[in-house]
Design a protein. Structure first.
Ligand SMILES: NC(=O)c1ccc[n+]([C@@H]2O[C@H](COP(=O)([O-])OP(=O)(O)OC[C@H]3O[C@@H](n4cnc5c(N)ncnc54)[C@H](OP(=O)(O)O)[C@@H]3O)[C@@H](O)[C@H]2O)c1
Length: 241
């Protein structure tokens, strides 16, 4: 049984992680901004109260990260996996012109910094705060959810400035954390879930959350210190930076 903390667990890929981890017998710390409003998580928790803890967490708020750390530390002395899943495509209440963020010429200062705060700063601050519990875990891992849009070598088209740059920054944090935690036995990877049918991915996405998460769990189970600092895809192949 692994002890797994996952951020953004109330819907989309995060919620699917919770379901699959519970189904295979793991203990899950499911973090969400408003767990009291997360109906599916509440149902899971009612069915398996001893293996699922619901934790309030806004990854863009350092005080909330501290509070979540206190709540998790009160329930466990170690974590085996931290999945930095929470993410935003843009910071607007509804998507900009369908599904993008503002193009060059209309870039928005607030959006550029807010998306970075959630997608890049949030995960590295989570890693820093929870590394004490991870160090006491068994074969501990930090898993950062990236995107092909964050790959410098795959990005041949323009657009999606805020999101793409935030995921490229997240990939750099994966490299830095992997180097700094190498001596402490903590494996750190980026992983791309594919284009997935969620609120973010939209209904035309070719991959179901079930397929994406099953593939990512196969990769997460398999990687160790030799793979630390690498970028993977849910299909089990590496992704170029
Ligand atoms: N879907 C895709 O095609 C795709 C492709 C590549 C990468 N990804 C990445 O995969 C991850 C999950 O995406 P998804 O498709 O499941 O997206 P989603 O359906 O939009 O869900 C995003 C999750 O992140 C949470 N979140 C947003 N801001 C947060 C914050 N400040 N603090 C804590 N939680 C926050 C949301 O919570 P609320 O309900 O409170 O907003 C929600 O639970 C993201 O990192 C995304 O960038 C997705």
């Amino acid at each position: 049984m692994k002890r797994v903390l996952i951020t953004g667990a109330n819907r989309g890929i995060g919620l699917e992680f919770v379901g699959q981890l519970l189904a295979r017998g793991d203990r899950v710390f499911a973090c969400a901004r408003r767990p009291e409003q997360a109906a599916e998580l509440q149902q899971f928790a009612a069915a398996q109260p001893e293996r699922l803890a619901l934790i309030a967490l806004d990854v863009a708020d350092p005080a909330s990260i501290d509070q979540a750390h206190r709540a998790v530390s009160a329930q466990t002395d170690a974590l085996d996996v931290l999945i930095n899943n929470a993410g935003v495509f843009n910071s607007f209440p509804s998507s900009f012109e369908g599904h993008g963020d503002p193009p060059f010429g209309r870039l928005d200062a607030h959006n550029l910094t807010e998306v970075y705060r959630v997608n890049a700063a949030g995960p590295v601050l989570m890693a820093q705060r929870f590394v004490d519990l991870l160090r006491k875990g068994s074969a501990p891992k930090i898993v950062n959810l990236t995107s092909y849009l964050g790959s410098l070598s795959l990005k041949h088209h323009g657009g999606y400035y805020a999101y793409s740059a935030s995921k490229a920054a997240l990939n750099m944090f994966t490299r830095l954390l992997a180097a700094d935690l190498a001596g402490q036995g903590v494996t750190v990877i980026s992983i791309s879930p594919g284009w997935v049918q969620t609120g973010m991915g939209g209904p035309r996405a070719p991959t179901s959350p079930q397929e994406s998460v099953a593939g990512m769990l196969r990769v997460i189970d398999r990687v160790g210190p030799k793979e630390s600092g690498q970028c993977w895809q849910y299909i089990g192949e590496q992704m170029p930076w």
